[in-house]
Design a protein around this ligand. Structure first.
Ligand SMILES: [Mg+2]
Ligand SMILES: [Zn+2]
Length: 214
């Protein structure tokens, strides 16, 4: 099973600015290469979930309808380029609401995996790509491999103060996609290598036996 979780603002679309939100379609612009990344991940067989905090809804800055309008366009634009976003999970609650869907909580990750009949344990084979500490924490808390992208509002200096460091740092989602693919290639190589080693070990053992008999 191949799964990636993506934050939205600063990863897929351009970061709207500290404390600011994407409130209308006009303000939603894809990060350079993000559409390519979505297409590559789709082609490589990944299930793509978007997990995003959008407290601006609770604050009354924009409506849920506006948010859904923006989402429909994002999904459609991605699809027209060959990228399939399986499902988008938003937390539209206040930060102090105590819900389980606001990152760094992992309620949405659990839900996404549940939609594929998987438990949270499956997160250990998944990736989480985000541009803030709460993304990296959410990914970490769920057990994912985490990738911090520098296409959003934060950089390596911000990271210094983080309790949990990301597993990887990438310039943007496109570079993160390379890391994800390479990780999977090396994993399958490791699996193959292990099989080879057993074969070789058997040959070695047989060789020794033959030698003894002689
Ligand atoms: Mg973000
Ligand atoms: Zn929530």
């Amino acid at each position: 099973m191949k799964v990636v979780f993506l934050d939205r603002d600063g990863v897929i679309n351009e970061f709207p600015g500290d404390g600011r939100y994407v409130t209308k379609l006009k303000e939603f612009r894809f990060v350079a290469g993000a559409l390519d990344a979505l297409r590559i991940l789709t082609r490589e067989g990944y299930s793509i979930f978007v997990i995003s905090n959008q407290a601006g809804v609770a604050k009354g800055i924009y409506t849920r309808q506006k948010l859904e309008h923006i989402t429909r366009n994002m999904v459609r634009d991605a699809l027209s380029m060959g990228g399939r976003i399986k499902k988008v999970f938003y937390c539209t609650h206040f930060s102090h609401a105590g819900c389980d869907c606001r990152k760094p909580e992992i309620g949405s990750i659990r839900k996404a995996l549940g939609s594929m009949n998987k438990t949270i344990r499956a997160a250990q084979k998944a990736f989480f790509v985000g541009d803030t500490e709460s993304d990296i924490l959410a990914g970490h808390n769920a057990g994912c491999t985490t990738i911090f992208v520098l296409s959003g509002g934060q950089d390596r200096r911000h990271m210094r103060g983080w309790e949990v460091k990301p597993d990887f740092i990438a310039r943007d989602l496109l570079e993160a996609t390379d890391i994800i693919n390479e990780r999977n290639i090396s994993r399958s190589r490791q699996r193959k290598r292990r099989v080879l080693t057993i074969d070789q070990a058997r040959k070695l053992t047989n060789g020794k036996r033959t030698a003894k008999r002689r």
